[in-house]
Design a protein around this ligand. Structure first.
Ligand code: GUN
Ligand code: ZN
Length: 454
């Protein structure tokens, strides 16, 4: 008994000592997040109208109602964000960094747009100085919009991929990226080979996967631009590195689907091409998935792979309407994604807003909390990364966003009497943009502060 009391005294003393020695910061605001994976985000959301988030160094150490939490941290540096909201750093699950400069280029549909704008632009990434310039603009755009993690397509150049990882490392951002692989059906100056794609991808994995916060994604652009030999070479890597990501495009456009049928006559549909080469598995993220058959949805759902819903891109290229209900029926992992530069905004709330309209056109429901889940905890848990990103649980990295939902006269009028996170998020998605992002914090550092931008 005596021993237990002594131990308790020592423990308390150590705890108090740690509070004095470690530099804590406490943020007071409304707080909304999902503490765990769920199929019902509307029910399982965690919300504090007067909340406290406490961080130390690069991690979150406490979260709760302000009054209860603050007493444990009397010496913490205080950030008063009352009237604002804190949410986890956002995850954009599919976008292209070389396409930053060609966002919003007038086009026809996918294949014409690729040939007219995408391939000529991606050629410029053979030059390091150019890649450096765009990589830093790209990361600034992410931060300005509250995105702290992206699944990013580079160009075909390994050097451009190194440059992106270098730039992300300087900011300590959790970026998942990969060199695009394509050895046919694109201009010769953008082509690699089966052998060079395998060699360069393997060497980028060794260099970047798990280095700091970086992770690697094998990136066959899409089935039409890879020969079977290249798919087979990348499939070998997928087997060799089971925790590496795989990112590609799937069933985006009807002409593309017909093209895949003719290029891969021995497979049972588009998804089956990737399946044949061991690429349908957890941490595989398929952009678009608009025109999947029921059989393909079934396979995607059971595989642990993720479907990335890219609403602004799908509307912009006239690709079609993503069927949320089909995805839900097979309990597929779902993530939201901007798909910049076919996507027309880096802003994930805007992205959700267009997704809501796509759901409306099909008489389907898509709440703002479901949207928030698909850009935070949903993908984090699908990627087995929920101990590091996607939520505000103590122990995760201090990646978070401070929102100013009342950023102008109209939003202030609309939100004057709003107490609910759901309503605030929805209004923000319809009316807002980067003006509603007050600050973006990455690994405990404020990397974007709207009031300091010139
Ligand atoms: N399919 C193959 N490449 C691309 C691309 O860069 N963007 C989109 N939206 N679809 C693709
Ligand atoms: Zn894409």
């Amino acid at each position: 008994m005596h021993c237990i009391r002594l131990w308790a005294v020592v423990f308390c003393f150590q705890f108090r000592l740690r509070l004095l020695v470690i530099k804590h910061q406490i943020f007071r605001a409304g707080i909304v997040h999902f503490s765990q994976s769920t199929t019902d985000p509307d029910k399982d959301v965690k919300c504090y109208s007067d909340g406290a988030l406490v961080i130390a160094h690069d991690k979150i150490v406490a979260l709760g109602p302000y009054k209860e939490t603050a007493t444990d941290y009397p010496n913490a540096q205080y950030h008063d964000h009352r009237g604002r909201w804190i949410i986890p750093g956002l995850i954009d699950s599919h976008l292209h960094y070389p396409q930053t400069e060609m966002i919003a280029c007038y086009g026809k549909q996918l294949l014409h747009w690729l040939e007219t704008y995408t391939f000529p632009t991606e050629k410029k990434f053979a030059e390091d100085a150019y890649s450096r310039k765009i990589a830093s603009t790209f990361l600034r755009q992410l931060l300005k919009n509250g995105t702290t993690t992206g699944l990013v397509f580079s160009s075909v150049h390994a050097s451009a991929t190194d440059i992106l990882f270098d730039a992300a490392s300087e900011q300590n951002m959790a970026i998942i990226a990969g060199k695009v692989c394509m050895d046919r059906n694109c201009p010769p100056w953008l082509q690699d080979t089966a052998e060079s794609a395998q060699r360069e991808s393997a060497s980028l994995i060794d260099k970047w996967h798990g280095k700091g916060r970086n992770l690697y994604g094998l990136t066959p652009r899409f089935a039409p631009t890879s020969t079977q030999a290249q798919m087979s070479a990348l499939g070998e890597l997928a087997q060799q590195y089971p925790d590496v990501f795989i990112q590609t495009h799937l069933s985006e456009n009807m002409d593309e689907i017909e093209w895949v049928k003719s290029l891969y006559p021995d497979t049972d549909g588009y998804l089956d091409v990737y399946d044949k080469y061991h690429m349908v598995r957890p941490r595989a993220v398929f952009g678009h998935c608009i025109h999947l058959t029921d059989h393909e949805w079934q396979r995607l759902g059971e595989s642990g792979a993720t479907a990335a819903f890219c609403p602004t891109s799908n509307l912009f290229l006239g690709s079609g309407l993503f069927n949320l209900d089909k995805a839900r029926a097979v309990e597929a992992n779902l993530a939201l994604a901007s798909d910049v530069g076919a996507g027309t905004s880096f802003n994930m709330f805007r992205t959700y807003g267009e997704g809501y309209k796509i759901a409306q056109l099909q008489q389907q429901t898509f709440s703002a909390l479901q949207g928030l889940y698909m850009m935070t905890q949903g993908p984090a848990s699908a990627y087995n990364m929920e101990n590091a990103i996607g939520n505000l649980n103590p122990g995760t990295m201090a990646d978070f966003v401070v929102l100013s939902p009342e950023f102008d006269e109209l939003s202030a009028l609309r939100l004057a009497d709003t107490a609910s996170a759901q309503d605030m998020l929805f209004a923000l998605s319809m009316l807002g943009d980067d003006r509603a992002i007050h600050q973006t914090w990455v690994a405990g550092k404020c990397l974007y502060n709207q009031t300091e931008v010139i």
